[in-house]
Design a binder for this molecule. Structure first.
Ligand code: EPU
Length: 304
């Protein structure tokens, strides 16, 4: 059995010079909640060929892999991740092309950049992406949304890499999409996506972006968080429920239910993942006991 070090050395040998490979990389550095133990191996591939080589390596050694975007919707446990965490942070995956009313965006591109570039090209419909702290790839996987819109409202097609390294293109109707999830992207990696907007007035687009930003700053906390922790229920928004249960400000160690918005758990700078998970259970327990409601987490929980 190869050690972690020799496995990583074996992997690095076959990769290009721009690709980053690190051992025991703390996931707290890569998640907006600022918690999470080490990933055995952490890779930022610099090309599709290197991404393919990483997936092949995982297949050969039967190692689990996890694709990390900006880490804004991930709760990584304190024990870390036994396998390979892949992040498309290299500029190779941050491409952007504009063709008429369509934008073709690399998976590593920040959503804010997509919104700003769309406005520069007088394309409306992307304004809600402005304040979502994620990447295109992460937003696709989670069908991220805000202000009554979701990213799959804009998608026309996605180019993906399968876990065997092959490339496949999907048109929108071929993809399984749910509220806050795209199950088709559970086992494959989005490389880029085409979005369709509508021709609009730059001044009008700017006004909408400013309105959204104002609304967000008024209702959501600035402290480190993973955005909304729970999915909304069909009968009540999760934040409203937590608020009605009187749980705002409830604390487990350094994890606190945001006093600003009930569906946010913030890290006061000292929280562990275990404390955040314990606070999630406190909230779920109260929602079930007092209202008979089953809150489901929206954040993706990974690791040991
Ligand atoms: N509310 C309360 N108390 C609270 C929080 C909310 O009474 O503490 C009430 C609000 O007054 C409002 C309703 O609950 O009447 C809904 O609240 P809000 O408008 O803040 O929207 P949300 O449903 O809580 C959703 C998304 C957010 C997104 C906002 C803005 C989900 C789970 N959350 O929040 O997305 O930013 O809309 O449009 O769908 C995320 O997904 O991580 C996220 C932050």
């Amino acid at each position: 059995m190869l050690s972690r070090e020799s496995r990583a050395a074996e992997l690095s040998k076959g990769l290009g010079p721009g690709t980053v490979v690190r051992l025991t990389e703390p996931l707290a550095r890569h998640t907006t909640l600022r918690v999470g133990g080490p990933a055995d191996i952490y890779v930022e591939p610099a090309s599709e060929a290197d991404l393919r080589a990483v997936l092949k390596f995982c297949g050969e050694f039967d190692l689990p892999w996890f694709l990390l975007g900006r880490g804004s919707n991930v709760l990584a446990r304190d024990g870390g991740f036994r396998g390979v965490v892949i992040c498309l942070a290299h500029s190779h995956f941050a491409t952007l092309q504009v063709e008429g009313e369509q934008l073709c965006c690399g998976a590593g591109l920040r959503l804010k950049t997509v919104a700003v570039e769309a406005r520069r090209h007088s394309l409306a419909g992307f304004e809600f992406l402005e304040g979502i702290p994620g990447t295109v790839g992460g937003a696709l996987r989670m069908n991220a949304g805000a202000m009554g819109a979701a990213i799959f409202d804009l998608v026309t097609s996605i180019k993906c890499m399968e876990s065997d390294g092959s490339i496949r293109k999907f048109s929108r109707p071929q993809l399984e999409v749910q509220y806050r999830s795209c199950s088709s992207l559970k086992t494959r990696i989005a490389l880029d996506a085409r979005f369709r907007g509508d021709k609009g007035q730059v001044s009008e687009i700017t006004r909408r972006m400013q309105d959204f930003s104002r609304k967000r700053w008024q209702s959501q906390p600035a402290a480190p968080s993973a955005g909304c922790i729970f999915k909304n229920l069909p009968t009540i928004p999760a934040g409203k429920l937590v608020d009605e249960l009187g749980l705002k400000g409830t604390r487990v160690g350094g994890a606190v239910v945001s006093p600003e918005h009930g569906n946010f758990i913030v890290n006061d700078g000292t929280a562990t993942a275990a404390e955040i998970l314990a606070l999630i259970e406190v909230i779920r327990g109260r929602a079930l006991a007092e209202r008979g409601l089953n809150l489901e987490t929206e954040v993706e929980i990974i690791g040991d």
